[in-house]
Design a protein around this ligand. Structure first.
Ligand code: ACM
Length: 504
């Protein structure tokens, strides 16, 4: 009689190749790490992640049985791939780059009993992993989550925790939507009123030290923090602070206290361009990553159509009317980022509304991604029907109030293909990946944000990392994975909700 097949451990997202082996490797207080030069940060992270629950010291020792090996000559693993072999006597984690080791550490965490994820000491558990051979590489390099901290401010401690949750799922981008009509959360030394005035409703603003600390915390986990400063629309909070940046300098407006698309937008005079460049210089100082998002969507042009200054600007620039000021504006500010060595990101609403050189996020219709890719843009897929987590996750009447007009359920997120097979290969190759969006009009608290994020981010991670569709297999693994999320305190049930809608 042959032995029954060994069950595969329930790793989320699913590894590229996983072979269960017989036996277990057991960690104890004597277990040491053998750490290759360049892999020290991985050792630090492994200790930091395992210490709270296990108390394991995991000292570095040349004969350590847990090996963190770094070999730039390893082929086929790319930047983030890793190989993990757990045998009864040793664990070998190898990668060509540090990022790969950081991903492998998250797999090792998931191989341990779920209690290993507890943030308080756990007694009486044997810290062992099943023997296994894994070779794992991501399908897409951009696997992200956007969090709107403008509509409702979310404290930095929560952002750090959110980064930890992303990293557990091998998601590698936290996109922070820092400014909008309803709030401005990013301090800018040259324009203190942005946060003094713009930080008032719905909650607060970050300090630069907090943001720098968040960036470092994320980098240690292999997560990039991508800042978004909205322009030329979604700027009412900035205009409340500095009315001269608008199209009607004599007008005094408050920070917006309702949801939707506000028709107040930035002016297009030189002072406004200087303002945007100064803000972005400070943003680039705080966020050292390769990409900076400057919004660009939902920009009504009615104010420009009646502003003499804007009409003059359109004529002086030889534009085909004031509507064309949008592309002109994005091009000007995008060029400032490009000159500083960064890649500008923007929301596209047609696939052809942003200048060359922008990496675009189609949020309305996935087909706009194809249009943009054909025009030579790199694309990060973010269509609302399958990646917007502010929509309720089911039609259960117990769901808290969310974005009206539809639901985005787990299966939809899991089933979304970022680079559809019927796109021509050159266009599909322009898809860097995908990300989820959590707009927070209806999301006043961290607990609510976590409830909406999980398990849908598990499904997005599976789509972006594994790329293989296996809905029954995903559900089976998620069943086990939810125990890990329970241990981490991610709520399964909606928190008690006071309506997130403003009354004004
Ligand atoms: C968006 O939903 N305003 C990108």
């Amino acid at each position: 009689m042959s032995a029954p097949p060994r069950p595969a451990p329930a790793i989320v997202p699913r590894p590229h190749r996983l072979t269960p082996l017989s036996g277990r490797f057991t960690f104890d207080t004597g277990t040491a790490l053998r750490v290759a030069p360049g892999a020290e940060h991985a050792a630090v992270l492994l200790r930091e992640l395992l210490a709270p629950a296990t108390g394991l010291p995991l000292p570095t020792h040349p004969d350590g049985r847990v090996v963190l090996a770094l070999d730039p000559a390893l082929t086929g693993l790319g930047t983030e791939g890793y190989g993990l072999t757990a045998g009864p006597d040793a664990v070998l984690l190898r990668a060509a780059r540090l990022e790969g080791l950081l991903r492998g550490i998250q797999t090792l965490r998931q191989l341990l009993p779920p209690e290993a994820l507890s943030d308080t000491p756990v007694r009486g558990t044997t810290w062992s992993v099943p023997c296994v051979q894994i070779t794992d590489v991501p399908r897409f390099s951009w696997r992200g989550a956007m969090l709107d901290v403008a509509r409702h401010f979310q404290p930095v401690a929560f952002l750090r925790r959110y980064v930890d949750l992303l990293a557990l799922h091998k998601l590698n981008v936290l996109h922070l939507h820092l400014t909008d009509d309803q709030g401005w959360r990013m301090p800018v030394a040259a324009y203190p009123r942005l946060t003094e005035i713009g930080g008032l409703p719905h909650g607060g603003a970050y300090t630069r030290t907090e943001l720098a600390g968040l960036v470092a915390h994320a980098a240690a986990r292999g997560v990039a923090v991508v800042p978004e400063i909205e322009m030329p629309g979604h700027v009412r909070a900035a205009l409340a602070a500095y009315p001269h940046l608008g199209n009607d300098p004599g007008r005094r407006l408050g920070v917006w206290r309702q949801w939707g698309v506000c028709d107040t937008v930035l002016g297009v005079h030189d002072e406004v361009l200087d303002f945007c460049r100064t803000v972005l210089d400070e943003v680039m100082d705080t966020f050292p990553g390769s990409h900076v998002h400057i919004g660009g969507e939902e920009c009504p042009t009615a104010e420009w159509e009646r502003s003499p200054a804007a009409l003059r600007r359109a004529a002086d620039e030889g534009l085909d009317g004031p509507k064309a000021l949008h592309g002109w504006f994005m091009q000007r500010i995008g060029a400032h980022l490009t000159a500083a060595g960064r890649t500008p990101l923007g929301w596209t609403e047609t696939g052809e509304d942003l200048p060359a050189g922008f990496t675009v996020l189609p949020w309305r219709d996935a087909a706009h991604g194809l249009t943009a890719a054909r025009r030579g843009h790199d694309v990060i897929m973010a269509p609302y029907r399958s990646t917007y987590l502010d929509y309720p996750q089911s039609d259960d009447p117990g769901e808290p109030p969310g974005q009206p007009g539809g639901i985005v359920d787990l299966r939809t997120v899991h089933g979304t293909e970022p680079a559809p097979a019927d796109w021509e290969p050159e266009a599909a190759a322009r898809v860097l990946g995908t990300q989820a969006q959590l707009w927070t009009e209806y999301v006043p608290t961290p607990a609510h944000a976590e409830y909406l994020s999980f398990p849908r981010l598990c499904a997005l991670a599976e789509t972006a990392w594994s790329g293989r569709r296996d809905w029954p297999g995903f559900q089976e693994r998620l069943h086990h994975h939810r125990v890990r999320l329970d241990t981490l305190g991610v709520p399964r049930r909606p928190p008690t909700i006071a309506s997130g809608e403003d009354s004004s």
